[in-house]
Write a protein of this length. Structure first.
Length: 103
């Protein structure tokens, strides 16, 4: 994933959920699960994901389906560095907003 977001800036990855989280400046803005890239969404950015019919990351916990605030990334960002920057910025900003709300 580092090459996808190379123009966005330095990223780090950490194992989680059988996949890994994607971080920029210490803030998680994406995750990879089952070889699928998901990006952070919030009330300001969810419209971009919904317009593209990009589904949220869900997992089963004790027989209950849990939807997260991460939605599938558009596949074209894997081959289009300029689009990858746009989506990474949106998702990083969403992650920063959610982090400030949690404080």
């Amino acid at each position: 994933m580092k090459e996808v977001f190379e123009q966005f800036g330095s990223i780090q990855t950490r194992k989680m959920f059988g996949g890994y989280g994607i971080y920029h400046k210490g803030v998680m803005f994406g995750l990879v699960a089952d070889e699928t890239l998901y990006l952070k969404a919030d009330m300001e950015t969810v419209k971009f994901f919904e317009a593209r019919e990009l589904e949220p990351f869900e997992y089963n916990k004790g027989g209950k389906v849990i939807k997260t605030s991460y939605s599938m990334a558009p596949t074209e960002i894997l081959d289009d560095p300029d689009e990858a920057v746009v989506w990474a910025q949106r998702s990083h900003e969403a992650a920063l907003r959610s982090k400030s709300v949690a404080k």
